[in-house]
Write a protein that binds this ligand. Structure first.
Ligand code: B12
Length: 254
């Protein structure tokens, strides 16, 4: 692919204009604004302009800054793994499960560790769904078990075994001190210790999740902000049927 050099677009093509927001641990005032300007200059930016500064607590100021970023990027070199599944709607998915799988799909999900955020996993699993897209509980062909938040890895696995889950959905929102990394990994380790890693389809999700990241963590797929339940259901039924086809082929060969 031929080179495609890009920079951020602000007022005109490739002018490099960016908007940054951040907090510095200093008292609001002119000196604080100067510090914000100098700091952004150190980020390989020029024409720095502090457009908003507000005290958010004693000794903490929040800034919004416009600047011109100097680096360029060759877009032709950018590679990423995407969840590749044909996107189906609610009706197609139910029909596919009913006619091809010929039993109900079983899906269990939770937010693990000390993380108390449930809105993301509820968006995918609850009846109401997300962004006008029905949640998994609404699917007549899916048995859905949403365990909520602050669920231990052991409890999640036990539930998955009890309900003979096809897929396990793991959600993490808090990323402070990389807590999400250790929690996601702890669950994979538990599956490996119990030799159950290949038994379930393992999906990771949350505001900082990408498919690349999930694959690095040894999950089967990762879903981030904006995900709707039908994307998740499409992926799961597609993969479950694919795994079944592979197993049948292997059986025939043996
Ligand atoms: C609501 C909220 C809360 C509520 C949570 C209520 C609840 N029942 O969930 C309450 C008030 C309890 C809360 C508490 C805390 N919160 Co809070 N909270 C938020 C807030 C405002 C919104 C999060 C949210 O609901 N997003 C909406 C959902 C729909 O988006 P989503 O999670 O990304 O989910 C989508 C996808 O990611 C995906 N998805 C998600 N999970 C999964 C899983 C699978 C398998 C799949 C396929 C897809 C998927 O699908 C969803 C739909 O598209 C955010 C700030 C923000 N604006 O984002 C802070 C935020 C997440 N909270 C934060 C923090 C720090 C906390 C606290 C630690 C604060 C404190 N000091 O006490 C505590 C945490 C306590 C704990 N033990 O976890 C920080 C996290 C920072 C970080 N880097 O970790 C944020 C970003 C705020 C901030 N800017 O500081 N919080």
């Amino acid at each position: 692919m031929s080179e495609q050099m890009i920079r951020p677009y602000g007022d005109s093509m490739n002018d490099g204009i960016v908007q940054l927001s951040f907090t510095l641990p200093v008292e609001d005032g002119e000196r604080a604004k100067k510090a914000a300007e100098l700091y952004v200059s150190k980020l390989n930016c020029e024409n720095v302009s502090v457009v908003h500064a507000r005290k958010i607590a004693d000794q903490f100021t929040f800034f919004v800054v416009y600047a011109k970023a100097k680096p360029t990027l060759d877009y032709s070199t950018v590679e990423v793994s995407e969840v590749r599944t044909r996107q189906m709607d609610f009706y197609e998915i139910n029909e596919l499960i009913r006619t091809k799988l010929q039993r109900r799909l079983s899906i269990v999900g939770a937010t693990i560790g000390s993380d108390a955020h449930t809105v993301g996993i509820d968006a995918i699993m609850s009846m109401k769904g997300y962004s006008g897209d029905y949640g998994l509980e609404r699917y007549p062909e899916i048995n859905t078990y949403n365990m909520g938040a602050q669920v231990s890895c052991n409890a999640l696995l036990e539930k998955a075994l009890e309900v003979e889950a096809d897929a396990i959905l793991v959600s993490q929102t808090v990323t402070q001190k990389d807590m999400h990394l250790s929690n996601f990994s702890e669950f994979v380790q538990l599956l490996e210790e119990r030799s159950l890693k290949s038994r379930f389809l393992l999906l990771a999700g949350g505001p900082r999740m990408t498919n690349d990241f999930a694959l690095q963590l040894d999950y089967d797929a990762g879903f981030g902000p904006g995900t709707v339940p039908s994307q998740v259901a499409s992926f799961i039924i597609d993969k479950i049927l694919e795994r079944r086809r592979k197993a049948q082929r292997a059986e025939r060969k043996a």
